[in-house]
Write a protein that binds this ligand. Structure first.
Ligand code: 13P
Length: 258
């Protein structure tokens, strides 16, 4: 990370875990043990039905609540979908876009781009996910693939908007597998992401954008990953479901030694 130029962000992605009642219980526990004083930005992206409970519980804190998806349209006949302005009205600050689990269910690069636009237009901070499969890594096309995903996701984004975007590099083979990318592997791709942003938007913006790593990040490996110069935080699945583990990751990010 590089605190001088960009924000450190620790974000939890609960995926399809926890009910509203369980959310309330988590937040009570979490609030009791969360680090005091100055620390990095913290986000919790919870299931849509848990947003009201999470927002209510975190009202007096500096933790931002987020959603895990939004629809690109403003309103209309889209049964089961949720628009970006609804998330804002419900109290969300963040929205995860283009998670590989959603891409696997049919979300395309064009969908991701449309959702990034919708999120920004409504004032949400998009956490845009990119990452390669194991087959793609083994064929040696990781850089090309991730470059393509970034270019497509950021298509048509203005200079004033890019400053509010967070990018998350999540290699698919490391998600929920316990198989973390090594700090060097993660750094290599995150550095390349910054290079792509530099080519698109210039050095100043590239230096200021937060690039997170996600994929089996936990309380044990967080420090070494976050110590890499181009890894500005984490997008955490499993370990964000347990207050003690999530707090330890936040504490790792707050170490003055990195
Ligand atoms: P895990 O931390 O459970 O591997 O999940 C990572 C992830 O997909 C976060 O979005």
């Amino acid at each position: 990370m590089n605190r001088k130029y960009r924000k450190t962000v620790i974000a939890g992605n609960w995926k399809m875990n926890k009910t509203p009642s369980e959310t309330k219980a988590f937040m009570t526990e979490f609030k009791a043990i969360m680090p005091k004083g100055r620390w990095c930005d913290v986000a919790l992206c919870v299931p849509a039905v848990c947003i009201p409970a999470a927002v209510k519980a975190m009202r007096e804190t500096r933790i931002g609540i987020g959603a895990q998806n939004c629809n690109a349209n403003a309103a209309g006949a889209y049964t089961g979908e949720i628009a970006a302005n609804m998330l804002v009205d419900a109290g969300c600050k963040y929205v995860i876009i283009g998670h590989s689990e959603r891409r696997a269910a049919g979300e395309t690069d064009a969908d991701v781009n449309a959702k990034v636009h919708a999120a920004l237009e409504n004032g949400l901070i998009p956490i845009v996910c990119v990452g390669e499969s194991l087959a793609q890594r083994e064929t040696g096309i990781t850089t090309e693939w991730v470059t393509l995903q970034i270019k497509s996701a950021l298509d048509g984004i203005g200079e004033d908007q890019i400053r509010r975007i967070i990018i998350a590099y999540e290699p698919i083979w490391a998600i929920g597998t316990g198989k973390t990318a090594t700090p060097e592997q993660a750094e290599e791709v995150c550095e390349n992401i910054r290079t792509v942003v530099r080519k698109l938007f210039g050095a100043k913006i590239a230096r200021a954008i937060s690039v997170l790593y996600g994929g089996s990040m936990n309380e044990k490996n967080a420090y070494d990953l976050l110590a890499q110069p181009d890894i500005d935080g984490g997008l955490i699945g499993g370990a964000s479901l347990v207050p003690e583990k999530f707090v330890k990751i936040i504490e790792a990010a707050n170490q003055p030694t990195i």
